[in-house]
Design a protein around this ligand. Structure first.
Ligand code: NAG
Ligand code: NAG
Ligand code: NAG
Ligand code: NAG
Ligand code: NAG
Ligand code: NAG
Ligand code: NAG
Ligand code: NAG
Length: 548
């Protein structure tokens, strides 16, 4: 593909670090070649996917998407919990700007009247549609998924969503329970369906409708699985025989971990099957057999999710939309499957902040499909032949979810919002993330380090609040008024560094002179983040075995 006219200027702009050149050069005219956008947001999905090198998980449809995409190996969420992460990346602002660290406020009232990604597309002539869990429900999106600002029509929510936390899991006693582990027989569940299946069906209906529309569309589809409870069609369990399920490589709470960094995963403890195990609070552990059950059901939920993604993407092919629809696939944050003795999000570790992130851009990450060519034929995860998938383009550079807004605008040919001033509470449209367009450059240029930029310079920030120095009942999800400590975390290609500092929730002020604890892990010598060397580093005595 020929690069569009403004590109040489763009590279020059990046080389000189000049934002002004970058902004103007990106104003590509979009008329007939306007790209539609399909944004797929998964709930609590860490990169346990074939395309991220996971040998165990069967995700052929997502892997197939990756094979035509640019995949970011090191993408990080800004806070590892649903509402703060979603509000952050959908507005393109960090949690310290949205001032949402919990579930209890609407940013337009509480922080600033910030534009959202779908709102921006809507204002630029797109029909914008929300299916399933895109914004977090409740007050954090004004009980309306930020309607009417973000969406052209009222958002769709699957009717069977209301059974997620009710007693629909058949236990060994034959009775129905509200369990964590919840493989179901589809003929047995209320309404005979599951939320993600309904969302896929609705998204397909909307795609069919939009096929006939003269206007471009922005369709966001938010899937519920693998969020707990693990409620999925039971046949998916067969993909993961229990005897083949391994435990986390580091299932113990690490010795040098400051207590403030640990979160006691209270939510899974409330499920009936977990309650019955009488697990000690806050550290556990969970019996080994049940650890295997959890991991099995998480992976089974991922494969079930993969089939939904497969049906959705094959519809793009069927409707001949594959050549003019940009597809983004990501998740709000990860989930610990026993690493560091934890079973949840709610932390600053890689395992909860790192997310899958990939972009399929027709003509850019893959050549335009020929008429009738199928890029996304549905693949059955039960068919082992379909698991051999060629990797697409990948980058190791560190990126942040907060960059999704400028990047999507740029890829769709819309004006990229200007960088935010500090502070920016009064500015409705600006970006705190980066335009990631430079990562999409063609191969020959990517090999030129001068033009490519230095990946070692890239940094991803995350943060997590705590109500106390030691784990307690609300350490996972403190309400704003209870926050006393904020863990600010920086991830570079070489290390993760976190400081837990005093925080005043009335003034939204962190006190960096009031350090409660610190963490430092080198990526090369301690990729799982089990050997905290913060104290050693303070005295300049890092053990040689942990040096990078
Ligand atoms: C883009 O549109 C503007 C205004 O409509 C026009 O002046 C300009 O020449 C166009 N640029 C390209 C590259 O087509
Ligand atoms: C907030 O932004 C929306 C969308 O642009 C606009 O309709 C509304 O009037 C704004 N509200 C305030 C209080 O500025
Ligand atoms: C939030 O929703 C309520 C009820 O629909 C509405 O009256 C209010 O204006 C909304 N808030 C904003 C900032 O739009
Ligand atoms: C389970 O492990 C055995 C032994 O390594 C292997 O032969 C078998 O294929 C595995 N089953 C699955 C479904 O991965
Ligand atoms: C690190 O130093 C702090 C403050 O002196 C101390 O409370 C903590 O126990 C030390 N941690 C480790 C792992 O040695
Ligand atoms: C639960 O565990 C505690 C100690 O961890 C023990 O004292 C108690 O008897 C146990 N309860 C049951 C019902 O097993
Ligand atoms: C996409 O494919 C359809 C059907 O083959 C064709 O009509 C349309 O012109 C193509 N659009 C682009 C942007 O290539
Ligand atoms: C910040 O913390 C330091 C050390 O605890 C303390 O002396 C100082 O008063 C704090 N500053 C504010 C503004 O609270």
């Amino acid at each position: 593909m020929m690069p569009p006219p403004g590109w040489p200027l763009l590279w020059l702009g990046l080389g000189l670090g000049s934002c002004a050149v970058l902004e103007s050069a990106e104003q590509v005219n979009s008329t007939t070649d306007t790209l539609n956008v399909l944004l797929i947001i998964v709930d609590d999905l860490r990169p346990s996917l074939g395309c991220y090198g996971d040998k165990q998980v069967k995700s052929p449809n997502i892997d197939q998407l990756a094979s035509h995409s640019l995949l970011f190996q090191n993408a990080f969420a800004q806070q590892a919990v649903c509402a703060p992460s979603r509000v952050s990346f959908l507005t393109g602002r960090r949690p310290d700007t949205t001032r949402l660290y919990d579930f209890n406020s609407y940013w337009r009232v509480h922080a600033g009247n910030f534009s959202t990604i779908p709102q921006y597309f809507k204002e630029n002539g797109y029909v914008t549609m929300s299916v399933g869990k895109v914004f977090h429900p409740g007050i954090s999106s004004n009980h309306s998924d930020d309607s009417p600002y973000s969406w052209s029509f009222p958002p769709y929510h699957p009717s069977s969503e209301k059974y997620e936390n009710t007693k629909t899991c058949r236990g060994k006693d034959g009775e129905l329970h509200a369990n964590l582990i919840c493989p179901v027989d589809m003929v047995d569940v209320p309404e005979g369906t599951l939320p993600d299946k309904q969302s896929t069906e609705q998204a397909i209906r909307l795609l069919e409708k939009m096929k006939r529309s003269a206007r471009p569309f922005f369709l966001a589809v938010g899937y519920h699985k693998p969020h707990i409870p693990f409620r999925y069609p039971k046949e998916f369990q067969k993909l993961y025989p229990l005897e083949n399920i391994t435990l986390a490589p580091d299932p113990e709470v690490p010795d040098g971990l400051p207590a403030v960094a640990y979160n006691p995963w209270m939510d899974i403890r409330q499920r009936e099957d977990v309650q019955a195990l009488n697990i000690s609070v806050p550290y556990g552990p969970i019996p080994v057999d049940f650890q295997r059950n959890i991991r099995q059901s998480y992976f089974a939920s991922v494969s079930y999710l993969d089939t939904q993604v497969g049906h959705l993407l094959s519809t793009l092919d069927d409707l001949q939309l594959t050549n003019n629809t940009l597809v983004v696939f990501t998740s709000d944050h990860g989930w610990a499957l026993g690493e560091h003795g934890e079973w949840a999000k709610y932390s600053n570790f890689d395992v909860t902040t790192r997310v899958p992130l990939m972009f399929y851009v027709p003509g850019r990450t893959a050549s335009f499909p020929e008429a009738g060519e199928m890029l996304f034929p549905y693949l059955d995860p039960f068919d082992s032949v379909s698991h051999l998938m060629e990797a697409g383009r990948q980058t190791l550079d560190l990126v942040e979810l907060v960059s999704l807004f400028p990047t999507l605008a740029s890829l769709a040919g819309l004006r990229v919002p200007p960088p935010c001033p500090v502070p920016s509470f009064h500015v409705e449209l600006c970006r705190e993330g980066e335009n990631l367009l430079k990562h999409f450059r063609s191969h020959d240029l990517e090999e030129d380090p001068e033009l490519r930029g230095n990946p070692r310079e890239s940094v991803a920030y995350s943060q997590y609040p705590r109500p106390a120095d030691s784990p307690q009942w609300n350490s996972d999800k403190p309400s704003l008024k209870d926050i006393k400590i904020m863990g600010y975390s920086i991830r570079t290609v070489d290390y993760r560094y976190t400081v837990w500092v005093g925080f005043d929730p009335g003034e939204f002020l962190a006190n960096f002179s009031d350090i409660h604890a610190g963490e430092l892990y080198f990526v090369d010598s301690d990729p799982l983040q089990d050997h905290n060397i913060y104290n050693y580093s303070q005295h300049g005595e890092i053990p040689p075995s942990l040096m990078p």
